[in-house]
Design a protein around this ligand. Structure first.
Ligand code: FAD
Length: 314
């Protein structure tokens, strides 16, 4: 009996076997601009492993308060040039006039960048560590774009960019209410956004309910789940706390006792993210955005299980 016959003879379990990868999915990868030579090396190591998976696009974040303006520009343009993969630049409203932001956008257009992830941004943290992430303490620049919707409209006036925006399945921490936050998303779409990428989340039902509410509100752009492979559970909890991302007790339990076991932690993290993506896929999600944190191992494994493989010759 050949191996293929042997495999065929194994009766199928009820439901879809996990090992059969889905097809036709599309992925995108988010990176941050490196600060040091060493970080630059690990970024490019990650890009070299992830690029053959032929993501629909990659994106590069913009530091709080515009602190990475030049580095974001350099990273976005060199990724697009070196890999040929469409690269999107994140851009925020923080600490800049409209004219300054329009100039940055024009420079991107002139450099061949056609996709912007348009965000309001968070203020840099205060000296005592308060404010910053999560948005508290945000003050619009007197001559600037106040909210992401204003930025989207401004970008569309500069050039016909493809524009992605942020959305928050668990509601943005500063929003007056979930409905007000949905209205804010609608304004971004009305201003010209063509895709919303979600904040990361661990409770998949929360994303699915949010997707239903978005559809019921008449918002018909793709809502792409942002997937965070957990490289460091404590940091994911800390970051999640600031972004209104609930960490379920079952997730804490899965990572409990693994502080000194990096390899087991890695396997658990991959399993959690794969299960999350497979569930989303069964619910009709076709696009996935990965917060890679400039690492590739977990993202490659998750993509592999989603059937997203290196194209031959890529
Ligand atoms: P907005 O859509 O402007 O909303 C911000 C808040 O204001 C919400 O509470 C909303 O409900 C409210 N609001 C909107 N319009 C109005 C109005 N007219 N009146 C009153 N309230 C209003 N941050 C960075 O600094 N750099 C990055 O590169 C970056 N990348 C990100 C990528 C993704 C995929 C995500 C999900 C977030 C990212 N962030 C980044 C974080 C983001 O900038 C913050 O979460 C920020 O606080 C909100 O940005 P926004 O674009 O959703 O803002």
């Amino acid at each position: 009996m050949s191996l293929a016959d042997l495999i065929d003879s194994i009766p199928a379990a009820e439901g879809e076997p996990l090992v059969t990868p889905p097809t036709g999915l599309s992925v995108s990868f988010e990176f941050f601009p490196p600060k040091t030579e060493k970080m630059e090396q690990s970024l490019w190591q990650a890009i070299r492993r992830l690029a053959p998976l032929q993501p629909a696009f990659v994106s590069v974040t913009y530091g709080a308060g515009g602190s990475t303006r030049e580095r974001t520009h350099a990273t976005v343009t060199s990724i697009q040039k070196e890999t040929g993969i469409p690269a999107a630049a994140h851009l925020t409203c923080v600490a800049a006039t409209r004219e300054e932001i329009d100039d940055i956008a024009r420079a991107y257009w002139d450099a061949g960048i056609r996709h912007i992830v348009a965000l309001r941004g968070d203020p840099p943290p205060r000296a005592d560590g308060s404010g910053g992430l999560g948005g508290f303490g945000y003050e619009p620049h007197p001559g600037g774009y106040a909210y992401a919707a204003d930025l989207v409209a401004g970008l569309k006036r500069v050039a016909d960019f493809e524009i992605s925006v942020a959305c928050f399945p668990e509601t943005h921490p500063e929003a007056a209410s979930a409905d007000a936050d949905l209205e804010a998303l609608k304004r971004k779409v009305d201003a010209g956004a063509g895709r919303a990428i979600s904040q990361f989340f661990f409770d998949t039902d929360v994303f699915l309910r949010f997707r239903d509410k978005v559809a019921a509100a008449g918002i018909d752009i793709p809502i792409v789940p942002g997937i965070l492979p957990i490289t460091n559970f404590a940091r994911a909890v800390e970051f999640g706390g600031k972004c209104n991302c609930h960490v379920p007790a079952w997730l804490a339990d899965l990572f409990d006792g693994l502080d000194e076991e990096p390899e087991t932690r890695q396997l658990v993290a991959a399993t959690v993210a794969i299960e999350q993506c497979r569930r989303l896929e069964r619910e009709g999600v076709k696009d996935f955005h990965f917060y890679t944190l400039n690492r590739s191992d977990l993202t490659v494994a998750i993509c592999h299980m989603l059937g997203v493989r290196a194209k031959k010759g890529a």
